[in-house]
Design a binder for this molecule. Structure first.
Ligand code: PLP
Length: 400
C-alpha cells in the first residue's frame, strides 16, 4: 500500500528527541526556544510563539482580540472544522462564506457578509495556496466605517482583523511575502500530516508591528498559553525565581521540547522537503492535465507560490457517489487517497446549527469530485506513477 502522508521519523529525528529526553527537559524549555528562533529566522520575522496546535494558535488570537458572545467571525465553508470550531469556543458566531474555484475564500462573499458585529475574518491558505490577501485587506478597509470596536485591542486595530489559518502554508509565497507575514496574525500547524511536523504543534506569527509591540505580544501569548502564569517552568528553575503569578484564566497549550526537537530537524531540511513536494505536484499535473476528465489544482500563479501541501484533484462531472466509488477502486489498487474536506456546513454539528450546504454552491462543486493524492517527502517517481496509473484506471472504470 502506498500510504497517504507518513511522517518522516529517521535517525536524525530519533537522535534529537533522545537528546531532549536525556537532558531532562521534556516540557517547554531550551529546544522550544531554539525552535521559535529558527522558525522566526526562516520566516524572516522577529517573534514566533510555538504552541500545542494551530487550533490553539487561532484560539489565542481570538482571545487576544477579545472575541465573545454577539461577535461574528467570517470563515470559509471549505476548510477543516478547526477554523470554525475556534469561533464557537470563543462564544462568537461563525459566519460561513463560499469559496472560489481555486478553493480559497471569495473576498466578494466576505464583503457581502460583513455586518457591524464582524470582528475578524479567517481565510485559509488551502492546500498551501495563499488566499487573496490584497483584495481581503481592501474589503476590510472599505468597511472601516461600520466597524464597532469593543475593548482596547480592537480600538487600536481600528478595523476588522485578518487572521490567517496558515495550517497548510508554511513556506508558501504571496507577492514575494512569506506566508505568515501577510495577514495581521497567522497560525501554522505542525500536526503529523502537515508539511513540517512536530507530531502535534503549531505556531503564531505577528504582523502588526505598526500598532503593537511584537515582543510584548509574544510574552502575552506565552502567558495565555500557560494558564496565565507569568513564568514558565524553565524560567522558574533560576535561583530565587520561584515566585509566579496568574494574571488571567489562560489556556494550556504550550509546545514541549520533545515536539520542538522533531521540529528542529524538520525545519533544517524543509527547503528539500518543499522541492520534493513540488516535483511530485509537477509529475502528477504533467500526466493528469492530458486527461480531459481531470481538473488539476493551481499551485503557481503570478502572485502565489504554494507550499504543495495537498494535491487537490477534481474529477469533472463526477457526483459524490462516483467520486466515492473511484476512491474505493483506487484503494483496491493499494494506493491511499483522501478527500479534503467535507465542507463544514455538511458536518452534523454545523448542520444542526442551521448551516446549509445549498448556500455554498462552489464549495459543494469543488468537494463533490475531489480526491487528494498522496504527497510526502520521499514518495518516489515510480510510486507517483503507480498512483497515477491507479487513479486513471479507476476513473475510467467508474466514469466509463
Ligand atoms: C490541520 C488544520 C488545522 C488544525 O491544525 P492543528 O495543528 O491540528 O490544530 C486547522 N486548519 C486547517 C485548514 C487544517 O488543515
Amino acid at each position: 500500500m502506498i500510504p497517504f502522508s507518513p511522517p518522516r521519523i529517521d535517525e536524525k529525528t530519533i537522535a534529537e528527541v533522545t537528546e531532549a529526553l536525556r537532558s531532562g527537559w521534556i516540557s517547554t524549555g531550551p529546544k522550544t526556544r531554539l525552535f521559535e528562533e529558527r522558525l522566526a529566522e526562516y520566516l524572516g520575522t522577529d517573534h514566533v510563539v510555538a504552541l500545542g496546535s494551530a487550533t490553539a494558535g487561532l484560539q489565542l488570537i481570538l482571545h487576544w482580540l477579545g472575541i465573545g458572545e454577539g461577535d461574528e467571525v467570517i470563515v470559509p465553508a471549505y476548510t477543516y472544522c478547526a477554523t470554525a470550531n475556534v469561533v464557537i469556543h470563543s462564544g462568537a458566531t461563525p459566519v460561513m462564506v463560499d469559496v472560489l474555484d481555486d478553493f480559497n475564500m471569495d473576498p466578494e462573499a466576505v464583503a457581502a457578509a460583513i455586518t457591524p458585529n464582524t470582528k475578524a475574518v479567517i481565510p485559509v491558505d488551502i492546500s498551501g495556496l495563499p488566499a487573496d490577501y490584497d483584495r481581503l485587506f481592501e474589503v476590510l478597509e472599505s468597511k472601516r466605517s461600520i466597524f464597532q470596536p469593543k475593548g482596547e485591542v480592537q480600538e487600536t486595530l481600528g478595523r476588522i482583523m485578518l487572521i490567517s489559518d496558515s495550517a497548510h502554508s508554511i513556506g508558501a509565497k504571496y507577492k514575494g511575502q512569506t506566508a505568515g507575514m501577510i495577514a495581521d496574525m497567522s497560525s501554522f500547524s505542525f500536526h503529523a500530516v502537515k508539511n513540517l511536523t512536530t507530531a502535534e504543534g503549531g505556531a503564531v506569527v505577528f504582523n502588526v508591528a505598526d500598532k503593537f509591540n511584537h515582543e510584548k505580544l509574544k510574552q502575552q501569548f506565552k502567558i495565555s498559553s500557560l494558564h496565565g502564569q507569568t513564568k514558565d517552568a524553565f524560567s522558574k528553575v533560576q535561583i530565587g525565581a520561584w515566585r509566579y503569578d496568574i494574571v488571567e484564566a489562560g489556556f494550556k497549550c504550550n509546545m514541549t521540547d520533545l515536539q520542538a526537537a522533531i521540529g528542529l530537524v524538520e525545519l533544517e531540511r524543509y527547503e528539500d522537503t518543499l522541492a520534493r513536494r513540488k516535483a511530485i505536484f509537477d509529475r502528477y499535473s504533467e500526466r493528469l492535465s492530458q486527461c480531459d476528465w481531470a481538473n488539476v489544482p493551481i499551485y503557481q500563479t503570478e502572485d502565489k507560490t504554494s507550499s504543495y501541501h495537498l494535491y487537490l484533484l477534481r474529477i469533472n462531472n463526477a457526483t459524490e457517489e462516483q467520486r466515492d466509488a473511484i476512491i474505493h477502486k483506487i484503494g483496491e489498487k493499494q494506493v491511499a487517497v483522501n478527500v479534503h474536506y467535507i465542507p463544514v456546513p455538511m458536518l452534523s454539528f454545523y448542520k444542526g446549527k442551521g448551516y446549509d450546504i445549498a448556500n455554498y454552491p462552489t464549495t459543494y462543486n469543488n468537494y463533490k469530485g475531489e480526491i487528494t493524492l498522496p504527497v510526502w517527502y520521499n514518495l518516489t517517481d515510480e510510486q507517483v506513477d503507480t498512483v497515477l496509473d491507479a487513479v486513471i484506471t479507476s476513473v475510467e472504470e467508474v466514469m466509463g
